[in-house]
Design a protein around this ligand. Structure first.
Ligand code: RRO
Length: 299
């Protein structure tokens, strides 16, 4: 089942979605028990920003019907803290498993700085750009507008030779157009979907429940949306696609592979079952390949 992805050789097609598997915390909680075999063929870090961030005020989670709304707000040690503290420990825990570092910034200059710093570190196999962030100059989400994203990528691309994966937002008018712009501007791969913009009100209070106001919906509730968007993007771009959104079983992962994803990421399901990645990878091994989806069936 070994898979080629952006020059990396992966043991199987299942990885984690950024921000849904805290490897440093899991290492303490499970005392190594979760790691034989490690659930994912590559590990994607949570999102790193240039400056340290404390994250959003609580509450940060809301259980929705068949899903989860989060408003975590990017808590992280910042670039320096990541490079000095997290990166050596992640490398030690991962052994041979490739590490993908996910980064976010609100300007192309900052994004370039993050990417250049990671380019210097051999522990990092690839970089994922989280573009679900408003540009401070234009107010537009980098990943919502093809031209915005292309401009940012053209500034960032020359700063690394490592594979660049663009993590697309589903909250865009034309996701395949954004994906095509990313590929044309030098992305080596695209990944999708991030969470769907959502909100929840506190019971009987009529005010937002989440400390951050709105949040992002994930889990089984978004699975069919993800399938449609992954199919449409895979039909549009030639670069490899990492599909994710509501994957709980090997059959869900197979669906994403069948519509053109090269890899599948497991996200919210890992909160329920931290060994889900390994279970789904095993299940895929036993399930038949292509069921004959053709892009002519696109919605
Ligand atoms: O940290 C978050 O609240 C968060 C991020 Br950066 C993201 O990309 N997607 C999401 O659902 N939550």
């Amino acid at each position: 089942m070994s898979i080629e992805f952006c020059g990396l050789r992966l043991a199987h097609p299942v990885i984690n979605a950024s921000g849904t598997f805290d490897l440093l915390a899991a290492a303490e909680t499970f005392d190594g028990g979760l790691f034989h075999p490690f659930p994912f063929a590559a590990f994607v870090s949570k999102t790193i920003t240039l400056a340290p961030r404390g994250g959003n005020p609580p509450p940060r989670l809301w259980e929705a019907p068949a899903g989860l709304i989060n408003s975590i707000g990017l808590p992280n040690r910042g670039l320096t803290g990541y490079l000095e503290h997290d990166l050596p420990r992640l490398r030690e825990l991962l052994g041979e498993v490739p590490l993908v570092t996910n980064v976010m910034a609100s300007t192309a200059e900052e994004l370039g700085e993050l990417v250049a710093a990671l380019d210097d570190r051999e522990e990092v196999a690839a970089i994922e750009l989280n573009v679900s962030c408003p540009n401070v100059h234009t107010g537009l989400d980098l990943g919502a507008d093809p031209a915005e994203l292309a401009a940012a990528l053209r500034a960032v691309r020359p700063r690394t030779d490592k594979p660049l994966i663009v993590k697309l937002t589903p909250n865009a008018a034309d996701v395949p157009a954004v994906a095509a712009a990313a590929a044309d501007a030098g992305a080596d791969a695209v990944s999708l979907i991030n969470t769907l913009r959502a909100m929840a009100l506190a019971p009987r209070a009529g005010v937002a429940w989440l400390g951050g106001g709105g949040g992002g919906l994930s889990g089984p509730a978004v699975r069919t949306v993800a399938l449609a968007q992954v199919a449409a993007v895979a039909a549009r771009v030639d670069v490899p696609v990492v599909g994710m959104g509501g994957v709980q079983t090997a059959a869900h992962a197979r669906d994403l592979l069948d519509v053109g994803a090269r890899l599948v990421a497991v996200g919210t399901e890992s909160f329920r079952d931290p060994a889900a990645g390994a279970r789904i990878a095993r299940g895929l091994q036993a399930s038949p390949a292509k069921r004959g989806f053709s892009s002519a069936q696109q919605v």
